[in-house]
Design a protein around this ligand. Structure first.
Ligand SMILES: Cc1ncc(COP(=O)(O)O)c(C=O)c1O
Length: 359
């Protein structure tokens, strides 16, 4: 094969989804598989979504401007319609922003130990990547600010951070925004926004009036339970959003995705219920971890990062997998999506056994 991709792609791996639940179930002869690896909503989706997703004409393109959804999201978030851009999940919006802002002449600043798509897209764009280690699992904003220079185009702040669940608070963020030059786009990835309970978590939408270099990312994949449909959105200065629109594919969100998101917005009670159950279950995780001397970060998302002293995360992952629970392993711990009460109780029993082996 003489066709060659650009050299920077050679250092990247394509996303590998891992074994399907069916494969794992067959391999280990399991009655069921509980997927707690990708931070989906364990309570599913609002029943209104099912009613809303019938199509009567498959041959017609979707509304490329997402007009109806735009109106509802503008109302839900309290912004103007022209401040919004829609995407096929936030994965695509991260790609759009990277394409619009990054190439070999620029750099981008992010945490190391955060959502991997910021880095992945920066590599594709051949931009210089400046990664700043997390400090106690949290973004170190003063250290990130120090990495910024006149070639910096975008800073990524994952808030709450995936995989640690930690957050940047309102004071830290304001100090950071005041301290950096206005040519730098600050992306606040708030994929888990609806789950947040901390009182000093920054409300970023009001800050958009003050900082036109700020952009907020939200998704329907998590608390709204629509991960399979792929709908996310960004909020920013209207003039900047207009420029990003140039990069967006014309029909990037399908008719079904737009209709599903609209229906989900019509059932905020479902979201509230999911969020309050998540908070209750997270508390149980904290108590469980304390009781068993398991290290963890308090989380603002629907997941928790834990580390069992004396146990390799790959071993913990494999042990749970063979017993029907899929979680996400990292070098220094595992990230577990907070499941339903029953799922969590079963998982606690399994983890208790690992702890006993470890001690
Ligand atoms: C922090 C963060 N950002 C973005 C995404 C991508 O979400 P989406 O499903 O909207 O593409 C995820 C998904 O796990 C995430 O955790």
């Amino acid at each position: 094969m003489n066709v060659k991709v650009r050299p920077q792609l050679l250092s990247l791996k394509a996303y590998t989804p891992g074994k399907s639940s069916e494969e794992v179930q067959r391999e280990y002869n399991l009655e069921k598989i509980v997927k707690l690896a990708s931070n989906e909503n364990p309570y599913g989706t609002s029943p209104l979504v099912k009613e809303a997703i019938s199509l009567n004409n498959f041959a017609i393109y979707p509304d490329g401007a997402s007009t109806a959804l735009r109106k509802e999201v503008a109302e839900y978030t309290g912004v103007k319609e022209d401040q919004l851009i829609f995407s096929s999940g936030l994965d695509e919006l991260i790609e759009i922003i990277s394409k619009a802002l990054l190439d070999e002449n620029f750099n981008t600043v992010m945490a190391s130990g955060t959502f991997p798509q910021y880095r992945h897209n920066a590599v594709i764009q051949n931009a210089e990547i400046r990664e700043v280690p997390l400090k106690n699992g949290r973004h170190d904003l003063p250290a990130m600010a120090k990495q910024i220079d006149d070639k910096t185009q975008v800073v990524w702040i994952c808030n709450p951070n995936n995989p640690t669940g930690t957050y940047v608070d309102d004071k830290e963020l304001e100090q950071f925004l005041q301290s950096i030059p206005s040519h730098v786009l600050v992306v606040m990835d708030e994929a888990y926004y609806e789950y947040v309970t901390a009182e000093d978590y920054p409300e970023t939408i009001p800050l958009l009036d003050q900082y036109d270099n700020l952009m907020v990312l939200r998704t329907f994949s998590k608390a709204f339970g629509l991960a399979s449909f792929r709908v996310g959105y960004g909020i920013g200065a209207a003039s900047f959003i207009q420029q990003l629109e140039v990069v967006r594919l014309p029909f990037n969100t399908s008719v079904l995705a737009q209709n599903a998101a609209l229906a989900a917005l019509g059932d905020l009670e479902f979201v509230e219920k999911s969020v309050s159950l998540n908070a209750i279950e997270l508390q149980k995780y904290y108590e469980f971890c304390k009781q068993h001397q398991i290290d963890y970060y308090p989380s603002q998302g629907n997941f928790i990062f834990i580390s069992i002293p004396g146990k390799e995360s790959a071993e913990v992952f494999q042990y749970l997998l063979e017993r029907g629970y899929t979680v996400r392993p990292f070098p220094n711990g595992v990230r577990i999506t907070v499941g339903t009460k029953e799922e969590n109780e079963e998982l606690f029993e399994l983890i208790e056994k690992i702890v006993l082996i470890a001690h």
